[in-house]
Design a protein around this ligand. Structure first.
Ligand code: NAD
Length: 244
């Protein structure tokens, strides 16, 4: 299948490693022109050089940073057809251990970075009557995971935003979808000290996913043939999620 991504311009946020980097690589492999961003200048420059992408430095937890990096990507690429909203996961915590500052930090990082990036990317997409917005969330948004209160709650809200926004922009041929990782083997998963053997046993597919498993579906959602899929929250999880 021709994904029709040759020459399409994409920004993948939070892409110095893990799922973001794998998505950027998949888009480059399909012929897209890609910008990647993350906080560390040297690391993102190395990843950009490795992939053949534009490397941009930004800290998405800072007010206004997401809008600024979208503007930067548009300048470098001459516009944006595809926006992949992604950033680091919030710290693990239970409700009673989270301070107001903790909630505000997670809200700024997970929620306002998504709002800021999407708001900045929409005018160009509307003007060109074409766009793909993909928001990386988590299966925790559908089935809360113990000790991940910030992720469980804020990401469920993002699914509401994705679905409601999809209706507002569908007339301009812009699709908006959420993509939920289950257990994909990235540094984040190792940092959360997930027991790989136990997790594999709990996954119907019998193994933890790879970033490439996830990226392949993201590339499809970014593609031309996916033009009629919008407002969805879709998991790539080897069958972990139990709900219908
Ligand atoms: P990761 O931690 O390996 O990578 C996150 C990327 O975002 C890195 O490039 C990092 O540098 C960048 N980043 C983090 N904070 C940033 C900031 N403030 N500003 C700019 N860039 C920033 O994570 P991952 O495993 O690739 O997962 C990506 C997202 O998906 C995360 O939000 C994670 O919580 C979520 N998720 C992952 C899994 C999984 O199995 N890997 C499962 C569920 C949800």
């Amino acid at each position: 299948m021709d994904l029709g991504l040759t020459g399409r311009r994409a920004l993948v946020m939070g892409a110095s490693r893990g799922l973001g980097k794998a998505i950027a690589a998949a888009l480059v492999a399909e012929g897209a022109r890609v910008a990647v961003c993350a906080r560390d200048a040297a690391r993102i420059a190395a990843v950009a050089a490795e992939l053949g992408a534009e490397g941009l430095v930004c800290d998405l937890s800072k007010e206004g940073a997401a809008a600024a990096v979208v503007a930067d990507a548009e300048r470098r690429l001459g516009g944006l057809d595809i926006l992949v909203v992604n950033t680091g996961g919030p710290p693990a915590a239970t409700f009673e251990s989270i301070t107001d500052a903790g909630w505000r930090g997670a809200f700024e990082g997970l929620w306002m970075s998504a709002v800021g990036a999407i708001r900045a990317a929409l005018p160009g997409m509307r003007q060109r009557r074409h766009g793909r917005i993909i928001v990386i969330t988590s299966i925790a948004a559908k089935e809360p995971v113990a000790n991940l209160m910030l992720s469980n709650s804020l990401r469920a809200g993002l699914h509401g935003l994705v679905n409601a926004l999809s209706k507002e922009v569908a007339g301009d041929q812009i699709t908006v979808n959420a993509l939920m990782p289950g257990y994909q083997l990235t540094e984040r998963l190792l940092e959360l000290k997930v027991d790989e053997v136990a997790a594999s046993r709990a996954i119907p597919a019998g193994r933890i996913g790879t970033p490439e498993d996830f990226a392949a579906f993201a590339a499809f959602l970014a593609s031309e043939p996916a033009n009629y899929v919008t407002g969805q929250a879709i998991c790539v999880d080897g069958g972990v999620l139990q709900s219908i």
